[in-house]
Design a protein around this ligand. Sequence first.
Ligand SMILES: CC(C)(COP(=O)(O)OP(=O)(O)OC[C@H]1O[C@@H](n2cnc3c(N)ncnc32)[C@H](O)[C@@H]1OP(=O)(O)O)[C@@H](O)C(=O)NCCC(=O)NCCS
Length: 215
Amino acid sequence: MEASEAAPAVATAAVMEAEDVSGGKGSWYVLGERALMVPYMREHVPRYHDWMQDPALLEATASEPLSLSQEFEVHRSWTLDPLKHTFILLDKELIEGEFVPGNPHTEAMVGDVNIYMNDSDDMQIAEIEIMIAEHKSRGKGIGQEAILLMMAFAVEKYGIHTFRAKISESNTASLKLFRKLGFKDASYSAVFKEVTLEAPTDSLPLRFPLTIGDW
Ligand SMILES: CC(C)(COP(=O)(O)OP(=O)(O)OC[C@H]1O[C@@H](n2cnc3c(N)ncnc32)[C@H](O)[C@@H]1OP(=O)(O)O)[C@@H](O)C(=O)NCCC(=O)NCCS
């Protein structure tokens, strides 16, 4: 290839990489006591895809099985969607060496947490979803910490005033977790066998300031 042709290709790749990391929404990590929330990067997709082969996780998260290339496409659409913000959760105990911003640290990824501003009547309501996929990292308080960190982040960066969670009626662990944090049952869908819970921001035990760093 001619040198003159190579330059735009490199520039395009750089732009795509930037899009993939932040989608124009800013790119941060958030530090907790047990968990670190980092941007969902392309490097995370193969392991994420492995997790989503588990029928129990598919059911708990109301997801459909995808091929790896579909998972890469979903990753791209999530990162570019201005109404969605996703973090991969790192278990701090599993990080090899020092945490380095910009490094995907796939060795420590254990789940994800995301918000979705999908209520067209009020864009400052966010639906929140959490998944701790790695069983070895469940029951350590990471899920609870990640929800609280994500909600504080959403208040700070998106001005969210109410959070919503849609949880299968059979998912007792997740129902218990959200109710423990102060979410109240708002409605029930007999068709989807799903409970919708809600919490106004000022009723939640959120802690500020957050420890946020540039990615
Ligand atoms: C539900 C889930 C997020 C919990 O994450 P976790 O990190 O294991 O939970 P934590 O250690 O932070 O526990 C916090 C609270 O959640 C509840 N909880 C967590 N696991 C539980 C379980 N197996 N049974 C009952 N309650 C449970 C408890 O209230 C717990 O507080 P406590 O220890 O004071 O009783 C995790 O099990 C998961 O991702 N499951 C599969 C995917 C899923 O269901 N996602 C939610 C869809 S909305």
